[in-house]
Ligand binder design. Sequence first.
Ligand SMILES: C[S@@+](CC[C@H](N)C(=O)[O-])C[C@H]1O[C@@H](n2cnc3c(N)ncnc32)[C@H](O)[C@@H]1O
Ligand code: SF4
Length: 339
Amino acid sequence: MKNVVELIPGSLKAYVPQSVKDFVMKPFRSQIQKDIEGFKKDGTRFTPYLADFPPMVMIDTTTRCNLACAHCPNSILSKDPDFLGDMDRELYFKIIDEIAMEAPNTLVRPFDGGEPLMRRDIASLIEYAKRKGIRRISINTNGILLTKKRRQELIKSGLDHIEVSIDAATPQTYLEIRRSPLFERTVENTLAYIEESKTYNPNSTVTVSFVLQKDNRHECKAFKQFWNGKADQVNIRRYHQHGNLVDNHGHFQKRHYRFRHPCPYLWDRMIIYHDGRIRFCEFDWKAEHSIGDVQSQTIEEVWHGELYRELRQQHIKGILSHPFCKSCVDWREVKWPGI
Ligand SMILES: C[S@@+](CC[C@H](N)C(=O)[O-])C[C@H]1O[C@@H](n2cnc3c(N)ncnc32)[C@H](O)[C@@H]1O
Ligand code: SF4
């Protein structure tokens, strides 16, 4: 079995339960530290630990969505018919079979740029992964379609973790951010899921999330107060611009990093687009900089392949020649645990 750093559903930021330090780094002094960006505050660079297999695999089972949230690139990209698509079940099974065989501890998230419940068969896809031995499987949803029937299907599928993205504490703000009048329905669906999952699948966990931005920041406290003690985790997410696809409504936030550091995405995840192309970055929504293809390659092959190796080296050295990384506007917000 491959060595995989474990991710905990319900706390995606906590890569290693015992010691974050063991996972992340072996700090070292760079010869050329004065000349290049990319140091921690004390001037050291770091080499992240590379797991044998991606600790997290995100699978874009569908890019379709039933909402058009103000902060999300989905509705902009959906105008392009090339963006919209569902992954074939056979391709999904191939991906799951490899993960189950090589690294069942890998956290599998069978969604990315769309709404997973738009797929009528999402519960059966999750059930397949659980049956094959995948230990942790987690989805994010907007919760609109989390009806009693769908809740039962998901709970029975063995889903380990669900994150319901709500972003508001009132119907008005929900309408503004999620552009939907269905605030109450989403809250009721989420509360019902929490109760029903505790009865039928007590080990599963529920997160509610709030992407902090200028039009909802006044409700962040009320959101936390309402959900603390009801959900297992309240996740206040940092706003990303997704490679400039959306405006920077999170500009009031304090930046995490001053210096350019190696990007965690290259070490902590792999994202598989609905047609099988592999993305190294969350923000490359249309897989325009794909780094491989699971139709013809294995996950492991790509993870240790030349393209990934070269990119990681660029990030470790702080000399970024890849055009997508060079022009990234979000690197200050993409956080390593503990740094
Ligand atoms: C793209 S959505 C897909 C899953 C599902 N449709 C949902 O809303 O949860 C995945 C997550 O990204 C978050 N998200 C969307 N736009 C964002 C942005 N600009 N910055 C940070 N998070 C964002 C959503 O709130 C959601 O939690
Ligand atoms: S955040 Fe989720 S629900 Fe909102 S538009 Fe994006 S994919 Fe759809």
